[in-house]
Ligand binder design. Structure first.
Ligand SMILES: Nc1ncnc2c1ncn2[C@@H]1O[C@H](COP(=O)(O)OP(=O)(O)OP(=O)(O)O)[C@@H](O)[C@H]1O
Length: 325
């Protein structure tokens, strides 16, 4: 295995393959993934269900060997150098499995004994807003509180690289935003974060860079803005009067029940034309909504196979200053 030739990547993966089972029942869940997580960035790994995110993360975390490919984490081999990496990385798994009988404080104390140079239990309780729950048993915590205890353990060793597998699943919107602030703070403190999430808003808000997986491959890479660029904007409304045929920039008209959606490459021009037509003809456009392309548009087109990148993966790069906020 060669060394990571690029020291600007905290995680560097080339040609990763992972197959489950053997012979006729073998299933290739990861099919040649290349991945870079720039040092000091928040990078989100997104994907449709079963895309291969967890299978990829487990290899990066050193929990499973790759079937093929090269993987470097902080310049080290995640399996051979697992002990050294454990001191420098914090991993939040989807399920933690702490004993329900211990209190929050006891759980953090117990975890602290396994960490090199841990931050104090009181500091972690304060950081995760758990002071009021310190003496409550784990089994009595809400899902969101349990997730915060998991996070406290992940961050206790002040890791250089933090890997968060769906950190906000099950959290209410306020707690989710609290976690976002925490994760942004990690980056501000110089850490690198690799995160998986099913919440597109979370990925769009939080991350500098997105990697979108589908069917075992990375099909889109880049900043959220660059990934959304090139997809159409949408104008939608309810009107009994139909739609004029010659609106500038409109590439597709979709009728769904009584709502009409115009997909356009020129949002401002199409919208001005539509409003001028409506004013001239005294047409009421109920529930008028106009929006620029979003990550959701891209994601849905990947999920339903309409995205050309699904058959021909592509890398979308933008100027460097856009890559790291
Ligand atoms: N131990 C296993 N044996 C066989 N197949 C597996 C195993 N683990 C995962 N798979 C399959 O590999 C594929 C990728 O699974 P993986 O859990 O990596 O996807 P994911 O992107 O994390 O999905 P999700 O978002 O639904 O959690 C899926 O089709 C899954 O059924």
């Amino acid at each position: 295995m060669t060394n990571n030739p690029d020291s600007t990547s905290a995680v560097w993966v080339r040609g990763l393959r992972r197959t489950y089972g053997q012979g006729a029942s073998a299933y290739e869940a990861v099919r040649g993934v290349d991945l870079d997580v720039p040092v000091g960035s928040i990078t989100a790994l997104l994907g449709t269900n079963g895309a291969g995110k967890t299978s990829t993360l487990e290899v990066i975390e050193g929990l499973a060997p790759a079937t093929a490919g090269e993987i470097r984490v902080l310049g080290l081999d995640p399996v051979a150098d697992r002990a050294a990496l454990r001191r420098r990385t914090g991993v939040l798994l989807q399920r933690s499995g702490f004993s329900g009988d211990l209190t929050v404080r006891e759980t953090l104390r117990m975890w602290s004994a396994t960490v090199t140079s841990p931050r104090s239990v009181d500091e972690m309780l304060a950081l995760l807003s758990l002071e009021q729950r310190a003496d409550v048993r784990m089994l009595a915590l809400s899902g969101g509180e349990t997730r915060r205890v998991d996070l406290a353990c992940t961050l206790m060793g002040s890791p250089e690289l933090v890997i968060l597998d769906e950190p906000t699943t099950g959290l209410d919107p306020e707690s989710r935003r609290e976690v976002w602030r925490l994760v942004s703070g990690l980056r501000d403190g110089g850490a690198t974060v690799l995160i998986t999430t099913h919440y597109l808003e979370e990925a769009e808000t939080l991350s500098d860079r997105l990697e979108i997986m589908h069917a075992g491959q990375i099909v889109r890479s880049g900043t959220p803005t660059a990934i959304a660029a090139g997809h159409p904007s949408k104008i939608s409304f309810v009107s009994a009067a139909g739609v004029p045929e010659d609106l500038a920039g409109v590439r597709r008209v979709v009728h769904e029940r009584d709502r009409t959606t115009l997909e356009t490459d020129a949002l401002q021009t199409s919208l001005s034309d539509l409003l001028a037509w409506a004013a001239h003809n005294r047409v009421e456009l109920d529930g008028l909504d106009a929006r620029s392309p979003s990550l959701e548009t891209v994601f849905l087109s990947i999920a339903d196979g309409r995205d050309p990148a699904v058959s021909a993966p592509q890398d979308i790069e933008t100027p460097k200053e856009g890559a790291l906020r």
